[in-house]
Design a protein around this ligand. Structure first.
Ligand code: NAP
Length: 231
């Protein structure tokens, strides 16, 4: 039977690169995003338009989908707004998309994985969750996602589920459009190679954790930061 991966935000940036890797590996790929059109056509690729901020509707969404073997919680948003002038509705949207939706998806998707005796889940967090961030809610949400990864591994690891996270530094995608140029320059100066990560570099790590990484790597977060946070 063809394995099935659900990738949130699998239509753009890092998520799109991840969708391509799973398609190339023979997976059936379901993408969840607000967009109603995909940039590419593939017989194994399905777009399910859905706004992930509708947390209450996530259980019904998962019930509609075929059995999920791998969940990639990738969709996320950063507004890059100052903490003392952050509209409450923006903060609420960010926290819903970046932390409540992944947690709800893990809860719903893991039910079937437990019944079948296993599955893999990968969460796209950020270095922001480790070292802080000018968008305070972004940093908080990503720290929460790293912590949720560990908490869920404690709950689900004994039931055959492998759940890990990645914490990339800045990656060349549309998300960086809101970062001012001087900050971009400073970030590049603080890494070994003087450049941002590519979407492909992060996607390859998500793919590995979703498919082939050793089972003993569970409940961890892999740094992808090129020296920005060596430890
Ligand atoms: N780029 C970076 O520097 C960087 C660094 C570290 C971590 N990350 C993390 O990597 C992940 C992907 O980021 P990216 O850089 O690839 O960003 P991106 O190119 O802006 O893509 C964001 C994705 O999320 C989807 N999305 C946004 N709001 C949504 C909603 N309400 N419901 C459903 N889907 C929604 C978007 O699709 P639609 O617009 O069609 O909804 C899009 O596919 C994020 O979690 C981000 O925090 C990024």
């Amino acid at each position: 039977m063809t394995p099935h991966v659900l990738i949130t935000g699998g239509n753009k940036g890092i998520g799109l690169e991840c969708s391509r890797l799973f398609l190339a590996a023979g997976y059936r790929v379901t993408v969840i995003a607000r967009s109603t059109e995909l940039v590419e056509d593939h017989p194994n690729l399905t777009l399910h338009p859905f706004d992930l901020c509708q947390i209450d509707q996530i259980p019904a969404l998962i019930k509609q989908l075929p059995t999920i073997d791998v969940l990639i919680n990738n969709a996320g948003v950063m507004f890059s707004l100052p903490y003392d002038n952050y509209p409450a509705d923006k903060a609420a949207t960010l926290m819903k998309l970046n932390i409540e939706a992944p947690v709800a998806l893990i809860r719903e998707v893991s039910r079937g994985m437990i019944q079948r005796g296993g599955g893999r889940i990968v969460n796209n967090a950020s270095i922001a969750g480790q070292i802080g961030h000018p968008d305070i809610w972004y940093g908080i949400s990503k720290a929460g996602l790293i912590n949720a990864t560990k908490s869920f591994a404690k709950q689900l690891g004994g039931q055959g589920i492998i759940i890990n996270a990645v914490a990339p530094g800045p990656v060349e995608t549309d998300m960086l459009e809101v970062i001012p140029e001087p900050r971009k320059k400073a970030i590049k100066a603080a890494v070994y190679s003087g450049r941002f990560a590519t979407a492909s570099e992060v996607a390859r790590t998500l793919f590995w954790l979703g498919t082939d990484s050793p089972d003993y790597i569970n409940g961890t977060c892999i740094d992808i930061n090129n020296g920005a946070f060596p430890r």
